[in-house]
Ligand binder design. Structure first.
Ligand code: FAD
Length: 470
């Protein structure tokens, strides 16, 4: 069957308006956020129901077509972009965007894959509940993409990764079969828990079309402080003090270097330095409680007062309003975006045991500075989870292309240090295409063999996201 015939068949299945073949219509689906990949595709399919997703996959699988599921296209490892070979079809989940059920009493919500994360947060908020997943990309990324990448973000410290927020899934398998696993059970030990195959599966094992998710009590009191410190060692000690004293009430602990804040002040609209003087490092700390009566502010002040006396903290600003708390978070969430304005940036999404963060940072910063004199390391992120986005901006005035050409070399250097700390080379962004060849270095032959066998069992014709992950 020729390409045109397939397009005509898909038009019968999902409507001609939902089969995009014109270059201008396809363009937004072919370039990703970092501009690392420029994809080529014969068509973009936009089904609107689970039945339509099923029909599309049934036809694709039976005819040897390759399918790339795409959510909000904010993924950072290239998994959602079709390859340059031009034979992979993009399957956009954006039109599956209904909220199917909200159950505030049972603390659950059931939504379709294309619901944008920010919309989902608002739906929960409207019934006085919290959906805690929070990422810098939350205005664009979709819950189907979040689950497929097992996204982390800034609330992992208190609520866990995306995986921990899921009760049930609805998935269309590569051959078009629909698995309705939309159970809202908190306890269910009936054999293998299949949903976890698809969470973090990066679209290689099935297409998530809907999910039943956990909701939480909405914080009634929330306090945020923006803190200046001299070193990652001080930040780590502040973290352990805060964790010991606040326990589950500590809901955010993010570290940022001065250079990252400077980038924000230069390029992020509305960003202002919350503190008077410059400090080498910053921590954004959030405490929140579902109990109105809990003295959250007193606790935050006590923790910081003690830290100040110990010499851990140089200065701190407390958010005096919700708007100011959002301003502090705006800086943290803008940290990825602003690096683009500073030229080339070589990225590493790594994790090490929390207590190793200062030593890791010292080693890795020295190593990249020795490799590229003048480069600007911008390591930031989720200190409380041991997860650092070890991004390195090019030297001022350097040639961007020549700098980016050293991506693999710098990755090898930094990942080598990560290995020495028994860390992970992909803490939250996944493997996709970007890190596929690195997987062999970090997984044992047995693990790779098991993964390959799982892929073959779920997708024997290699229809879904070929060449990603494995
Ligand atoms: P896409 O990019 O469209 O797809 C990602 C992968 O999932 C692809 O492999 C795709 O094929 C697959 N996929 C998408 N939808 C489905 C589906 N319904 N069924 C099956 N497979 C599917 N990530 C974090 O973890 N933590 C962060 O803090 C974070 N911050 C970010 C900040 C910025 C500014 C940006 C741009 C990205 C950030 N990310 C972060 C990465 C990204 O936002 C997440 O990976 C997100 O979960 C991807 O969702 P998406 O809808 O954009 O998915």
């Amino acid at each position: 069957m020729a390409e045109l015939d397939h397009a005509a068949r898909f038009a019968e299945l999902i409507g001609a308006a939902n089969v995009l073949t014109a270059a201008s219509d396809k363009a937004p689906y072919l370039v990703e956020w970092r501009d690392l990949y420029q994809g080529v595709t014969p068509m973009v399919l936009r089904p609107g129901t689970v039945e339509e997703v099923s029909a599309v996959l049934r036809h694709a699988d039976a005819n040897g077509l390759k399918i790339v599921p795409q959510g909000g296209n904010t993924g950072l490892v290239g998994g959602q972009i079709p390859k340059e070979s031009g034979d992979e079809i993009v399957l956009s989940l954006a039109r599956l965007n209904r909220v199917r059920d909200v159950d505030p009493q049972g603390f659950t919500i059931t939504v379709e894959a294309g619901v944008v994360l920010e919309t989902l947060q608002r739906e929960a908020d409207a019934v006085d509940r919290l959906f805690p997943l929070a990422l810098g990309s939350q205005g664009s990324c979709q819950i189907g993409g979040n689950l497929s990448t097992n996204a982390g973000g800034t609330a992992v410290l208190a609520y866990g990764n995306s995986r921990d927020l899921v009760l049930g899934l609805e998935v269309v398998l590569a051959n078009g079969d629909v698995w309705n696993g939309l159970r809202a059970l908190r306890k269910d030990n009936t054999g293998y828990d299949l949903k976890h195959m698809f969470i973090g599966g990066e679209g290689t094992l099935g297409v998530i079309t809907a999910a039943t998710l956990k909701l939480f009590p909405k914080p009634k009191k929330l306090e945020v402080a923006f803190i200046g410190l001299s070193s990652p060692e001080a930040a780590l000690e502040l973290f352990s003090t805060a964790k010991a004293q606040a326990g589950p009430i500590l809901t955010g602990f993010e570290i940022m270097p001065r250079v990252g804040l400077e980038f924000c002040l230069r390029h992020l609209p509305g960003a202002r330095d919350p503190l008077a003087g410059p400090h080498p490092w910053y921590v954004l700390m959030e405490l929140s409680s579902g109990t109105e009566a809990f003295p959250v502010r007193d606790l935050l002040e006590a923790i910081l007062g003690e830290a100040y006396e110990k010499g851990l903290v140089e200065d701190a600003a407390f958010a005096e309003s919700m708007a100011q708390a959002q301003d502090f978070w705006h800086i943290r969430h803008g940290m990825s975006e602003v690096q683009r304005a500073e030229g080339g940036s070589i990225k590493h999404d790594v994790s090490v045991p929390v207590a190793s963060i200062p030593a890791f940072l010292a080693r890795a910063i020295a190593a990249v500075e020795a490799m590229v004199p003048g480069c600007r390391p911008v390591p930031f992120g989720h200190l409380g989870d041991g997860n650092i986005h070890f991004n390195v901006s090019q030297p001022v005035g350097a040639d961007k292309e020549a700098y980016i050409a050293r991506w693999d070399e710098m990755n090898a250097l930094v990942h080598g240090i990560v290995h020495e700390f028994n860390g992970s080379i992909s803490a939250e962004h996944g493997i996709g295409r970007l890190k596929r060849d690195l997987l062999r270095e970090v997984k044992s032959p047995l693990e790779l063999d098991l993964m390959q066998r799982i892929k073959s069992a779920f997708d024997p014709n290699n229809t879904l996201n070929p060449g990603r992950v494995l």
